[in-house]
Design a protein around this ligand. Structure first.
Ligand code: NAP
Length: 281
């Protein structure tokens, strides 16, 4: 097995130009810790960083990018507009604030964080189109969108939808969403790709991990990659950041995939009452 040190940025596959393994930063609200984790990840080879207005850490993420010995243009940087800022003017204004905090001229991907609260498909997406046309965002993304929201957004947007970011891992394989995204050429980005540790206790995942002498975290990340899904695990210590990076050297075989695809247990880690999967209008 290759150690994280042997894996370079170039070894990370890309989906439509986006590195398929990135660093999530939710709960990285301690300035020094956040900055250090982002810098550590970038210097290890990560080239995709995921943040959000709602994480209250865009400035610390920006500092990590500034501190790392990696050029800005080599980094795929994504942020998300908070659900309270999805009115037309607020999208335009708060995105500029995000760029300022991040210390960049543009982000590579800007997501609608959730299609709830101040989300109004026509208004919100018109503002995203404007930011895209002005070059402040290189790609338009959506997050927590169900198929019906995707169909509506595809109709309304001039810009293509680049990615839908949703929870995805072997306990929540999102087969229907993956198929809808495929149909529209939309990348799926998996959040909570480790189910925040819940899947470390699943016997089948433990079995595959033991067989390959790797961790359960690596198994989940390799499973996502095998499905063509990009993953953004959040990790703090160098040890966890490196463990997740090592997943790039893990190739699951047909038997592993069959076992993981056959899991019957379904588990959703992020399940707020306002989650759009709870309503069908
Ligand atoms: P996750 O990545 O599934 O799990 C993170 C947890 O796993 C942390 O407690 C982390 O601990 C631990 N961990 C990381 N690597 C590990 C390893 N190799 N071995 C053991 N434990 C490990 O969950 P998440 O943070 O919910 O999701 C990832 C990212 O997705 C977020 O940070 C955020 O960027 C994004 N996200 C987006 C949405 C959305 O609505 N769009 C929702 C949720 C999350 P340490 O921190 O101590 O390393």
């Amino acid at each position: 097995m290759d150690s994280a040190d042997d894996i370079t940025a170039g070894d990370c596959p890309r989906a439509n130009g986006m590195p398929m393994l990135g660093l999530g930063t939710w709960q990285h609200t301690d300035p020094d810790q956040c900055t250090r984790s982002v810098k550590t990840a970038l210097e290890m080879g990560y080239r995709h960083i995921d943040t959000a207005q709602g994480y209250d850490n865009e400035a610390f993420v920006g500092q990590g990018i500034a501190d790392a010995a990696v050029d800005r243009e080599d980094i795929f940087l994504a942020t998300k507009v908070a659900t309270s800022n999805l009115g037309y003017d607020d999208v335009l204004e708060t995105t500029r604030e995000s760029l300022e905090k991040l210390g960049v001229d543009a982000v590579d991907l800007l997501y609608v964080h959730w299609p709830v609260d101040s989300y109004n498909a026509e208004e919100t997406l018109a503002a995203f189109d404007e930011l895209y046309a002005d070059g402040l965002i290189h790609n338009v993304g959506v997050s927590n969108f169900e198929p019906r929201h995707i169909e509506e957004a595809v109709e309304l947007l001039d810009a293509p939808i680049f990615a839908n970011q949703v929870e995805c891992h072997p306990l929540l394989p999102q087969e229907e969403l993956r198929a809808v995204c495929d149909e529209h050429d939309i990348e799926l980005v998996a959040y909570s790709p480790l189910a925040r540790g819940t899947l470390f206790e699943v016997p089948e995942i433990q079995h595959v991990a033991e067989t390959h002498d790797v961790t359960e975290a690596q198994v989940s990340l390799a499973w996502l990659r095998a499905k063509g899904v990009t993953a953004i695990p959040k990790a703090t210590s160098e040890e966890h950041i490196a463990d997740n990076w090592s997943s790039l050297a893990l190739e699951l075989d047909g038997g592993d995939l069959e076992m993981l695809d056959g899991l019957e247990k379904v588990h959703r880690e992020v399940d707020p009452e306002f989650g759009p999967w709870h309503t069908d209008e």
